[in-house]
Design a protein around this ligand. Structure first.
Ligand code: AMP
Length: 208
């Protein structure tokens, strides 16, 4: 089963993906995470990618599309988190045969409030929120014990740009997949458990 998770920055795509990964044994493929890993390696490509990410801009397709395609190559069960982010990218992955697209809908005001408390573990794999999704032990990841930090691109200026890009480039994907008849929307505003319950129901129903 191949799923795409759509939604604005801070809509909970990462949290939902982590849970789907466990419950349905799907690989969690996060484009942002793949890109951050490349930046961490400090390669020539990584340094190029960093410039786009720091500003909240989309990383050019020549870097990101191949990276994601390589990651899903040979897999039949996965969630694409944060990819595609434009109609152009969606067209470039037509051949993958996506089964289901879930769009998390959250008003911008709520998402902006969420950013202040957003934290990620040292490996970048597990996301938390100080108020809505706190770790068991303050400041430490439940899974790998690394220290929780704030993502560099979670600052107000960069967030503003990420939203601008979302509206201009990513939102048109909602219509694109609606027309294909594979889109489901979920209210992403409630607590993480409530949002996930709705997503889980859709995936379960789809699998039957
Ligand atoms: P995320 O972790 O999904 O919030 O992504 C963080 C950043 O990575 C974005 O602000 C972009 O700079 C970059 N990025 C993630 N996914 C994509 C994509 N599909 N296309 C281009 N850039 C991306």
């Amino acid at each position: 089963m191949k799923i795409i998770l759509l939604g604005p920055p801070g809509s909970g795509k990462g949290t939902v993906s982590e849970r789907l990964e466990k419950d349905f044994n799907l690989a969690h493929v996060s484009a942002g995470e793949l890109l951050r890993e490349e930046v961490k390696k400090d390669t020539a490509i990584g340094r190029d990618i960093k410039k786009f990410m720091e500003k909240g801009n989309l990383v050019p397709n020549r870097f990101v599309v191949e990276m994601v395609k390589l990651e899903v190559n040979g897999k039949d069960n996965y969630i694409l988190d944060g990819f595609p982010r434009s109609v152009e990218q969606a067209k470039l992955i037509e051949g993958l045969g996506i089964d289901l697209v879930i769009s998390l809908e959250v008003p911008e005001q709520i998402v902006i409030e969420r950013f202040a408390g957003r934290r990620v573990c040292g490996t970048g794999e597990h996301g938390y929120h100080l108020k809505y999704l706190p770790p068991k032990k303050e400041g430490v990841c439940d899974y790998d014990g690394t220290k929780l930090v704030q993502r560099k691109d979670d600052n107000p200026e960069v967030i503003k740009e990420r939203f601008r890009i979302y509206h201009a480039e990513t939102q048109p994907l909602v219509d694109y997949y609606k027309k294909k008849g594979i889109l489901k929307t979920v209210d992403g505003a409630p607590a993480p458990e409530v949002v996930y319950a709705a997503v889980k129901k859709i995936v379960k129903t789809f699998k039957k």
